[in-house]
Design a protein around this ligand. Structure first.
Ligand code: ATP
Length: 288
């Protein structure tokens, strides 16, 4: 079988499943690691919940789940084993559904709830998609307006499984300003476009910093030297400044939209959530 016959490129949109009782499925991704996907996912989910929506958040990163730390639900003790520790439901009988934890009005699930935070787990990369799909279907989400999935870096699994099997209503891309991040994020853009997943826009993160003395924003990195990048053609959902408060709050389990709602970063995150809602409505109108 040629490689591409297995991939999202060849899968028809009609073959994909819409998740029961879940209004909108949004994924947050980037080709690059460490650019702020989890920070954006958490603040997007909490900002949507603050606007009155019912929201769920799935941490799609099995190797390095960040959501437990960012939402203050850390598991410091080690579990005995990978398969023993993950209480996945029997999908045929729909038994043993997992209750998600709720923080800041958001229902959350992460592999990090079952595995110690400094414990290494090593599911085979090919199995990641299946594992994440099973985790997603094992949760008793109830009725949700939005389910946000925080994807790991890259363009392979579990991204491929999600895009191939589920109706994903929109993708939010996150990048930092360096060429190296923008080039990798453009790869993620190409992946979603090939899979016919509507790309809602890109969040520019950590491009500027707020001077603690004069209060002015200044750029941290040199401007991109790329003349053209595919990301230039998609809507910008927000420019989040580098703010040490984001790290310190997030390391203590408080998203900035809750802990520092008046900060520039929090305001941009809240506007970003509104833009995401608008873009989803535009995409729906476009399809009608
Ligand atoms: N705007 C910001 N200002 C300051 N720190 C930030 C900002 N955005 C993210 N960070 C910090 O950068 C680090 C990486 O962020 P995050 O974990 O969200 O990135 P990621 O893309 O999800 O990483 P990974 O590839 O590991 O999943 C974290 O310590 C986070 O608190």
């Amino acid at each position: 079988m040629r490689e591409e016959t297995r991939s999202v490129i060849m899968v028809s949109k009609e073959a994909r499943k819409r998740l029961e009782n879940i209004g909108v499925l949004v994924v947050v991704g980037s080709g690059k690691g460490g650019v702020g996907k989890s920070t954006v996912s958490v603040n997007l989910a909490v900002a949507l919940a603050k606007q009155g929506a019912s929201v769920g958040l799935l941490d799609g990163d099995a190797y390095g789940p960040s959501i437990p730390l960012m939402l203050g639900v850390r598991k410091r003790t080690e579990s005995k084993g990978w398969s023993a520790a993950l209480p996945l439901a029997d999908l045929k009988t729909q038994q043993r559904k997992i209750q998600p934890l709720t923080r800041y009005g958001v229902k959350i699930i992460s592999v990090g709830f079952f595995i110690g935070e400094e414990q290494a787990v090593a599911p085979m990369p090919d199995a990641l998609g299946l594992l994440m799909r099973q985790l997603l279907f094992s949760v008793d989400w109830g009725e949700l307006d939005y389910l946000v999935i925080d994807l790991p870096p890259g363009t392979s699994e579990p991204q491929d499984t999600f895009c191939r099997e589920l109706v994903v209503d929109g993708a939010v891309l996150v990048t930092t300003p360096q060429d190296i991040a923008r080039i990798d994020t453009a790869k993620a853009l190409a992946m979603f476009q090939r899979a016919h997943v509507p790309v809602l826009g890109v969040v520019h993160n950590m491009g500027s910093v707020l001077c603690p003395h004069c209060g002015e924003l200044f750029e941290v990195f040199p401007r991109s030297t790329e003349q053209r990048n595919a990301l230039d053609s998609i809507p910008i959902l927000g420019d989040i400044p580098l703010d040490p408060g984001v790290v310190s709050m997030s390391d203590q389990g408080y998203p900035v939209v809750v802990s520092m709602p008046e900060s520039v970063a929090a305001r941009v995150f809240s506007e970003m959530a509104q833009k995401v809602t608008q873009r989803l409505a535009e995409e729906r109108e476009g399809e009608a």
